[in-house]
Design a protein around this ligand. Sequence first.
Ligand SMILES: C[S@@+](CC[C@H](N)C(=O)[O-])C[C@H]1O[C@@H](n2cnc3c(N)ncnc32)[C@H](O)[C@@H]1O
Length: 343
Amino acid sequence: MNWDQLDWSALDRLRDLFLRGTPAPGPYWRSESDLANYDFTYGERIGWKWDAVLRGLDPSEWRCRKGAVVDWGCGSGIAGRRVVDWLGGDAVTELNLVDHSALAVQYAASAAMARWPGLKVRTGPVPPDEPIALLVISHVLNELDGAGRSEMRRMIGQADTVFWVEPGTHGASRDLGAIRDELLDRFEIVAPCPHREPCGVNRPGNEGHWCHFFARPPGGIFAESGWVRFAQRAGIDLRSLPYCYLMLTRSPRERPQEDGRDRQEIRILGLPRKYKGFAKVFGCQTSGVGNLVLQKRDARDLFKRLDELSGRSLLARVEGDRLKEVLVVGAPARSEGAGSETF
Ligand SMILES: C[S@@+](CC[C@H](N)C(=O)[O-])C[C@H]1O[C@@H](n2cnc3c(N)ncnc32)[C@H](O)[C@@H]1O
């Protein structure tokens, strides 16, 4: 597939379906070509969101979990491939691709086998009570009717770990947040929440808010005429990649809590807003969600790079609504390497 081969009638039809955001009456992939077109464009953009999410996690912590990776609602299989890539093909014993579209499953299976010829690739439903090491769910939630949701819940019930990415819309994010709260008693929340309390965004008074982040696409695409033409034609802002996500596991995990300086973990939601001499961030912490203020004089270097903060975790001392002694933890949404930086 290349930019000159794009089938715009297929892409337009798919875009209209996705924008509708309601359960489709049934499978909507009509041909292998539909899936190839999706994979090359909309699917690749979803891959960039997965890149941003996975960059914040350390694959070595997950490698020991042997067993099947299941990509449920796999479509062209882009999410499952991103996760297997991230884990390292050798670390995965089996990739199971599930979708109510047989065409999608076939496409995703061929793509996975072409990429990892030695990998055991299975297709079709996961039998009840068969354990799932890692369940991947991506951009499926708003397509599910009651039966689809029951099936998805059954999959989650069989999973040791769930990696889940959805669009960063108000509706999808609040839906995901409600499901998160239902699962609190069975799973550890690895990310994005810096706590295991009920979701602060779901508290009364916060109805206008939603937990979402912005991924950055690879820098080079703005100079690629194919992407630029695609974005114009599809009516997409290439710079804006909003997403929400949830990483859950049944295995107990350590999380950085307060340090010796009374700093606590805060996850930055949405985008920081910059004013003269200060910025406001909407942060999530154990006590709930709310606006926090970062004074330029308290973190001059950080202030210059505020646009890199979406989705990052901070360790900070909170005085009233003011952030002090800020330490950015984890890996950035785009650049290379993990670590932490003090400001
Ligand atoms: C927007 S596509 C996303 C595909 C892929 N997960 C991705 O992130 O690119 C949604 C996928 O969910 C599948 N799907 C929708 N309802 C489903 C259901 N009840 N059971 C299984 N798959 C379903 C669709 O066939 C489609 O492939």
